[in-house]
Design a protein around this ligand. Sequence first.
Ligand SMILES: *Cc1c(COP(=O)(O)O)cnc(C)c1O
Length: 340
Amino acid sequence: MAKIVLSKENLFHNLNLISKHAGSKDKVAVVLKDNAYGHGLSQIASLAQEFGIKKAVVRTLDEALLIEQYFEDILILNQNNHSSYSHAFHIALNSLEDINNIEPYSKVHIKVDTGMHRNGILPNQVKEAILGLHKRNIEISAAFTHHRSADNLSCDFFWQSSVFRAVKEDVKSICEELSIPIPCFHSANSSALFRHKNFNEDFARVGIAMYGYLENDPTFKLPCLKPVLSLWANKISSRILKKGQSIGYGGTYQAEEDMTVSTYDLGYGDGFLRINEKQDYTTPKGYKILGRVSMDNLSLNTDDNEVCIFEDVKDLAKLQNTISYEITTSLSTEIVRVIK
Ligand SMILES: *Cc1c(COP(=O)(O)O)cnc(C)c1O
């Protein structure tokens, strides 16, 4: 069976670099949305806990419920159903309208739109949000924002940071006026964290760097991260492809000489996208994907019983003109995850 192997050693290596850069393990919230970027939600959650991480970020309440046992605080980014919360859960407030949908006594992180224009309230709505939440007895545990291009060499990062600095001052003075506790502040994803020389926010929300990738402009000094996930497939059958014969749907690959080929149990049904066929992708051992990737299998010029399809998605991402995030996140939840 095709499988995903997760390297505990590489994950711990990355988490170690990340928590050193952030200042401590307590200043890191691991981002586990979308099945931990395709790595496996419960596997990565339990490993992160073993490493000593206490905070996590997910997309939905369902994800939060699956990992509740591992963390002290879990931020839920996009929750439409605002009931049934645990004391560990914090809900992102994405708009002023949401205030009335959130149950009293829940905990909220106010999302502020400092320039990405996706979700969140505007900086000039901060007071209205705090007053509204306070009136409904909702605890404001943090205010946060998200950078739209911390990975690029542009001034956007500084512009959004300065807007957020002003928001922090506002939040502090409004909370002081109301005599309510001043919440935490956070704004950094992986790229933003590594752009800070002296990181001084309460915590960073780290996704892609934990999994071993960082897409920052190469002019930034980048940490030496190691990919956590490798993808493996098993042989279904082998045959000799004679010179001139072609293989798979559409017969798009033709043998130039007699060759050994085998079919492996991995295809686009597992999230290994069909687009791979158009490219000249070779596996880490140098095997070529021959012709089209089918739903449940693909063909390679080898007869090895087990083949590593990739252990680092950077090359594949470049070939497919996408980012590492998309390749790992596409992998089916059905594939077995093994921790090594
Ligand atoms: C996905 C996400 C992150 C993590 O971003 P990375 O680039 O993977 O570190 C952080 N914050 C929010 C709000 C996100 O949606």
